[in-house]
Ligand binder design. Structure first.
Ligand code: ADP
Length: 188
């Protein structure tokens, strides 16, 4: 069982595999008795950030609000899994600074693969002009500079991606446990 909370932030293009990897990680962590919460961009936009659009300003506000909730949960010992395109580097780094215990997972799937998958039919709509400001087509995506984990879903299968993420979570918890032990030793 986990020692402390952490936010695991999945970023990447639409259809990259964020939700798929995230849900599998969630299930495995729950099976081990951990406290887990998922903040999925598609769902969050229907409640917490309802009404926000896809301008840079609105996208940043979307991430800021998700980050705020993730911060509250993290400090209460929850493993928070965030799956959101989160295309802008600066706001991701801002959230990282605020939360502290933070793992960035870059779900790095090439645009052509995402477009071929077109899970929600959105790429087709973006190409036909029905959707504007679509990330990767006519809106920017800034990849993370130093992600803790990178999942290349066009080269690795789901199990491999999930294992990498779980390993990173366990490492964070071990580090925190070690720090706590160290602090206790020096307090006596
Ligand atoms: P996102 O949340 O990034 O928009 P989704 O998880 O909704 O993406 O969709 C990703 C799609 O890609 C799913 O249909 C999933 O089954 C498929 N897929 C194929 N290979 C992989 C993989 N290795 N990892 C994750 N998803 C994969």
């Amino acid at each position: 069982m986990q020692e402390s909370g952490v936010t695991v932030w999945f970023t990447g293009l639409s259809g990259a595999g964020k939700t798929t990897i995230c849900r599998d990680v969630e299930q495995k962590l729950r099976e081990q008795g951990n406290k887990v919460e998922v903040l999925d961009g598609d769902i969050v936009r229907q409640n917490l950030t309802k009404g926000l659009g896809f301008s840079k300003e609105d996208r940043d506000e979307n991430i800021r609000r998700i980050g705020f909730v993730a911060q509250l949960l993290t400090r209460n010992g929850v493993i928070v899994l965030v799956a959101a395109i989160s295309p802008y580097r600066d706001i991701r780094n801002e959230v990282r600074q605020k939360i502290g215990n933070f793992i960035e997972v870059y779900v790095n799937t090439p645009l052509d693969v995402c477009e071929q998958r077109d899970v929600k039919g959105l790429y087709q709509k973006a190409r036909s002009g029905e959707i504007k400001n679509f990330t990767g087509i006519n809106d920017p995506y800034e990849p993370p500079t130093y992600p803790e984990v990178e999942c290349k879903t066009d080269h690795e299968n789901l199990d491999e991606s999930v294992s990498k993420v779980l390993k990173a979570i366990f490492e964070v918890n071990n580090d925190t446990a070690r720090l706590l032990t160290h602090a206790q030793v020096h307090c006596v």
